[in-house]
Design a protein around this ligand. Sequence first.
Ligand code: GLY
Ligand code: MN
Ligand code: MN
Length: 487
Amino acid sequence: MQKFILIVLLLATVTGFAQNSDMPNDFLNKEFHKDRRAKLREKLPSNSVAVFFANPVRNRANDVDFVYHQDPDFFYLTGYKEPDAVLFVFKDMQTAANKTQYNEIIFVQPRNTQAEMWTGRRLGDQGVKDQLGLEQAFNNTEFKKYNVDFSRFDQILFFDFENDVRNDPRDSSDLYDLIDQFKMKVHYPSKEKGLTVTREPEKNNLNMQALADIMDGLRGFKTKEEVDMIRKAVSISCMGQREVMKAMKPGMSEREIQGIHEFVFKKYQAEDLGYPSIVGAGHNGCILHYIDNYKPNVTNKELILMDLGAEFHGYTADITRTIPISGKFSPEQKQIYELVLKAQEEAMKVCKPGATFQDLTMATRIVVNKGLKDLGIIKTENEKHLYYPHGCCHHIGLDVHDRGPYDKLQESMVITIEPGIYIPENSNCDKRWWGIAVRIEDDYLITKDGYEHLSVSAPRKVEDIEALMKQPSALDDFVLPDLNTKN
Ligand code: GLY
Ligand code: MN
Ligand code: MN
């Protein structure tokens, strides 16, 4: 009998190891997430609780869902990547009926052999305790019975609900039910037929505004561990840009070029994209968030604008390079390109703690407006936003347009600087400028007295791009058979 138990234990251990080696081992660790919850607790008002729900599973069509992506706030605070969960972070210690003291509690989807066979592994309550270090972890089936008198808090902080959560009638503790049960517990006003019908809370302690600023104040400042993740996402994305510069050939499709970037992302273990990839040749580059990537043959007269970001362990890069498909900029393309580059470099000169996001935008605008005027592309003041219609900077992190304060730059923020000029066909200027679209976007860590340019390994200068485009590519000999070839 003892021998049998030993064998079972041995097998369990071996299986455990097999499962561990199926996963990368460089995720943010549980201490990081625990520390983030502690920092959140410090910022909470007295006698309050903050409540976070996991992202909904979103349906693609029929019985196929989109690949699940956790809500970034939820991930930041827990490391949990599964749906149907709710987290409570209390300002003060709570006492459970069994006298346990706790200041955070999470309800997660339970283990389920059948479901896991179809849709993948789950941590369950025990896995969350062991691997994520949340000691008060329960299966979400327990949430209905969770008996806390919410009326005794001065404030219950949460984000108001969007109507994008489906109810799975076979599951009585999915996100839909968790939200429903939460609403009952806290006397959330029910909104029926467009009218707000309040269920008369004993006191209105629901605060759906404050959490955004609190989370901005946390997530806008990256820890060392987060910066390491962003560095990785940025290095992978730069590698994609470099490989495409070498591999670029007239006649490729926009989608094929997108595929090379994304292959490089996968090769270096990036799980996802931070946002849908933008690959626009010629006038397609004028569509700021062009994600169709449909053009079947790019031509050697065009520029191609490539805005892509690998997402590595939750953190995303956001990098744009614009290059000539032929390998050499035409004189007009070069003039516009140099203008955008100069605008970016002017913004980099003012990029340091104390400068505002607006200061950086203005630095780019001054260069672009003057340059376009000198080239005769704009004639009046009124046209000044016509060809550069967006801001130049935003935080990056778990979101591509990340949370963070948007006033003054401060040490440990990570931002983009991304000026652009886009001149669509039929614009009110000489024809030779039509179809030229240039954006140059880089990622920067704000340091004590300036910045660190994180995406420097993807060339930006005209001569550096043209030089790299002359280099051979590993893909030069990669030719697939014609689909119609019989073999
Ligand atoms: N890729 C989106 C942006 O540059 O903001
Ligand atoms: Mn951006
Ligand atoms: Mn971008």
